[in-house]
Every structure is written in C-alpha cells, then in structure tokens.
Design a protein. Structure first.
Length: 208
C-alpha cells in the first residue's frame, strides 16, 4: 500500500499542472491524456501483490500512513514543479538541491545534538548512500521539468512509470522476485504509457 500510495501521488502534481499551473496543456493531445489515465492503471497492476488476511487487517488499521505518503509525496512534487516554474533558472537549478539538503542537514544535526544522538560509522555511511541518489533525484527531476517546459502532466507519469519498471526489473534480477501475470501485463502497459506520453517526440525524431 505504501508503494502504491507513493507512486499514485503523481495525481496531485498532474492535477495542479493541468488545472492550476496550466502549463503546456494546449500541446497535449488525446493520446497524451489516454497515457496519463493509463499510467495509474499500470502502477496498480505492477505493484499488486497477493496479501493474506493478516496483512489486510494491518493495512486497514494503518490506512492513515499510506494516505499521508500519498498526500506528502504529491505536495513535494507539486512544490518542486511550482518552484522550478516560477523561482528557478538554469543557473540556480544545481544550487537549489544543495540548499534543500544543506537545510535538512542543519535541522537534523540540531535535533540530534538536542537528543544527544550518538552517530555510528554505519549511520554516516547509510546517510551518504541514501543522500547521493536523493540529491541527484531532485536535480534530474528539475532538469526534466525544464526540458518539458515544466509540464508536470507529462513528466510525473513518465517518471513514476520509469521508476516502477526499473525497480521491478532490479527486483527480478537481484532478488529473484516472481511476478504474477497481472504484474507482467502492468509492465507491458507501462511501456505503452511511456510511448503515448512521448509520442510527439518520437514522431519528431523519426521525421528528422
């Protein structure tokens, strides 16, 4: 449920991009809108896993947590879209993620000092291993928004579908995870979604 909630949170930035920011909506055609709609179905199909009755009870009891993941994930992506649209330029794009992580480091260090947290070597290494991918995740997300004229309705479905496909393939190759027929159908649909969302660029490329 947490995985589905985090990926389905793309609904919030997509809605804001289409109806609040109204960025690039005139450039979207019927196939783009179909792709946006099918992205939600593909994510549900790929992340669907069998659950026993005990797991379902736990999920229902903690339903508020996935809802918070959904809401906060959507707020973060929408905020990045707004900031990149209205406040950033090409020169500030590399600096902005540094500011975010620097501010988080200062706040986290301040809290740790108050609580007298003792840092272990593996804590620092874990922070580095998580921090570097997260930094570049935000950096390249801003780059992608800029490349598509801050059109979150195209960027966020493509980005989330790409994450789902990459993580699923990694789970198969590294952890020998078994996928159901529904999961494989979801992956196929996810590829179709990417083609639908980017078909203008593909057509332009072959025309050149």
């Amino acid at each position: 449920m947490a995985t589905v909630a985090s990926k389905m949170s793309l609904a919030i930035p997509v809605i804001f991009s289409l109806f609040i920011f109204k960025v690039g909506t005139s450039e979207l055609d019927t196939w783009n809108y179909i792709g946006i709609f099918l992205a939600f179905i593909a994510i549900l199909m790929v992340t669907k896993k069998p659950a026993n009755s005990e797991t379902q009870k736990m999920a229902l009891r903690n339903l508020g947590l996935p809802l918070l993941v959904f809401f906060m994930g959507g707020v973060i992506d929408t905020s990045l879209n707004y900031i990149n649209l209205n406040l950033l330029n090409t020169d500030l794009e590399p600096i902005f993620p540094i500011f975010i992580f620097g501010f988080a480091f200062i706040i986290g260090l301040f809290i740790a000092l108050i609580q007298k947290v003792k840092f272990r070597r593996k804590d620092i290494l874990g922070g580095i291993y998580l921090g570097i991918p997260n930094f570049f995740s935000i950096f390249f997300q801003l780059k992608a928004l800029s490349a598509y004229d801050n059109n979150g309705a195209l960027v966020y479905p493509s980005m989330n579908i790409g994450i789902i496909i990459a993580s699923t393939l990694a789970a198969i190759s590294l952890f020998k995870e078994k996928l159901s027929r529904l999961n494989w159908m979801g992956i196929t649909l996810a590829v179709i979604v990417i083609l639908l969302l980017s078909h203008q660029g593909i057509i332009t490329y072959f025309e050149i």
